[in-house]
Design a protein around this ligand. Structure first.
Ligand code: ATP
Ligand code: MG
Ligand code: ZN
Ligand code: MG
Length: 470
């Protein structure tokens, strides 16, 4: 890819989140991630090109020096900052505009700085088309927070029983963000129990919201509809998946029933989530036990009587174990963090020049990471302790908001013919897959007061509206 010969016709709209818009290359397995800004921002408050460059560099540094060492090399692709011709970026912005979902159009793509992030296209498997004509399927999951807080700073006991995601659902419904409640509970997905994970994934498929997207050959085929009134069509998805699951036990009219296909599909996702990241790893995985964190959310639709003790563990190197391990760095909860934030603010009011040394706004170098790793466990009243805990909290927030991508494809053409002896060859893998973690941006230090207020609102709303007084 030659940066001075960029042509907008080689790129197409791929997707977007709250912070960035992504375009993919039509031939190479590459995407460009471009930042977005609120459209009402006046020219004066817009970042300068220099600031935008710094901002993107911070994102890459944070991924490289902070998140990657914590989550593991094999899952994280940090990408590189690229300087793009302004003309290219402007043409691209015009080209993608009509493809953008309406609910995302409150923000505009950055067409001023010419900076972007170049990443591998994780919805694809490079060179896969040489082995099989069926394009890779990619499942993107935004799992959210997988444990119940256990901090002694918590004032509302309910937070120890019902998880943040489940509480937040009610608040989002009331605010019109979604039209229906999701029955997904992150604690089931992170449980390590195949039964609970299956149920969690089934609920994600039924109501994907912004927690699930499915791609085929790099194209989005299943996600939450724009107007959110309509549920996405599971039958469409089944038709897409049918060629990938040609055999099975429950044959109906010569092919599998839709339900059987979805079951197999969910099982493939489950195995990938429990694996060490790729198909070619073996050995009995070591398990991560999460005894100190809450294991079951009272709002989950998973029947409590089916919970079995000792079943709750994730293999140590699995993507979910890695994400959870980082999420748990938030061990004080926002209720314990907010007072520490105020301690830092007060200190910086007295000694403003310390802001750089304390690295509250980056740069996200190895020394930032040292503070995260070596933060004392006991509060000695120092500003250093406060900074360490706030850094840890922010790192955990990133892990609570990241996504994981599971991309898989059939191993080869020969698999497509009906193989009656498949059952007696249980070790032959049918799919090859790769698992990655994306969207690892730093969460702003200044966002902490907002997080504190939001937490109070969500919990109060939940208590008022779902708990009937005795
Ligand atoms: P959020 O609102 O979740 O914070 P964001 O604005 O930070 O999102 P991303 O999640 O990084 O943006 O990207 C938006 C979407 O673009 C993703 O959900 C994913 O579907 C797609 N995407 C991002 N990076 C890649 C990649 N490397 N390969 C393929 N698709 C990608
Ligand atoms: Mg995202
Ligand atoms: Zn829950
Ligand atoms: Mg993000």
């Amino acid at each position: 890819m030659e940066l001075d010969k960029m042509d907008e016709n080689d790129w197409k709209y791929h997707g977007e989140g709250n912070k960035s818009l992504v375009v993919s290359h039509s031939q190479h397995c590459r995407v460009l991630r471009l930042l977005k800004f609120p459209s009402e921002d006046s020219v004066h408050t817009r970042q300068t090109a220099e600031q935008a460059f710094r901002h993107i560099l911070n994102i890459v540094d944070y991924s490289k020096y902070v998140m990657k060492p914590l989550l593991g090399d094999k899952y994280v692709h940090s990408g590189e900052v690229v300087k793009l011709p302004l003309d290219f970026v402007r043409q691209l912005s015009l080209k993608v505009q009509q493809e953008r979902p309406e609910l995302r159009c409150d923000k505009v793509m950055d067409t001023f700085s010419g900076c972007g992030l170049c990443l591998p296209n994780l919805t694809q498997l490079p060179l896969h088309h040489l082995r099989d004509h069926r394009p890779p399927i990619c499942v993107e999951i935004k799992p959210k927070c997988g444990f119940l807080p256990y901090s002694r700073h918590i004032t509302k006991e309910f937070k120890r029983k019902v998880c943040r995601f489940c509480m937040h659902q009610h608040f989002k419904l009331a605010n019109g963000k979604w039209k229906r409640l999701s029955r997904y509970c992150p604690l089931d997905l992170f449980s390590g129990s195949k039964q609970r994970m299956f149920v969690a994934l089934k609920h994600l498929l039924e109501e994907p919201q912004n927690n699930l997207k499915i791609f085929k050959g790099g194209e989005l085929i299943y996600s939450c509809q724009d107007d959110a009134k309509q549920q996405p069509d599971l039958n469409d998805l089944i038709q897409h998946l049918r060629p990938y699951f040609p055999h099975g036990n429950s044959l109906y009219n010569g092919h599998q029933s839709g339900k059987a296909i979805l079951n197999e599909f969910i099982q493939v996702i489950c195995s990938a989530l429990l694996s060490g990241g790729d198909t070619n790893r073996s050995g009995e995985p070591r398990k991560v036990h999460l005894s100190e964190s809450g294991l079951y959310c009272e709002a989950s639709p998973f029947p409590r009587e089916l919970l079995r003790n000792g079943n709750h563990s994730l293999p140590k190197d699995s993507v979910l174990a890695k994400i959870l391990q980082v999420q748990i760095l938030d061990n004080l909860d926002i209720e314990g963090i907010y007072p520490l934030f105020k301690r830092i603010e007060q200190y910086l009011e007295e000694v403003p020049k310390e802001r750089n040394r304390l690295q509250v706004d980056g740069p996200y170098t190895e020394s930032f990471m040292d503070t995260v790793k070596n933060c004392p466990t006991e509060d000695d009243g120092s500003v250093e302790y406060a900074v360490g805990k706030v850094h840890q909290y922010r790192v955990a927030m990133t892990a609570k908001d990241c996504s994981t991508m599971i991309t898989f494809a059939p191993c080869g053409e020969d698999d497509e013919e009906h193989q009656p002896n498949l059952e007696i060859q249980p070790t032959k893998p049918r799919f090859t897959y790769s698992v990655s973690i994306l969207d690892l941006d730093p969460k702003p230090y200044e966002g902490i007061p907002h997080q504190f207020k939001l937490d109070t609102k969500i919990v109060n709303y939940y208590l008022r509206n779902t708990q009937t007084p005795p």
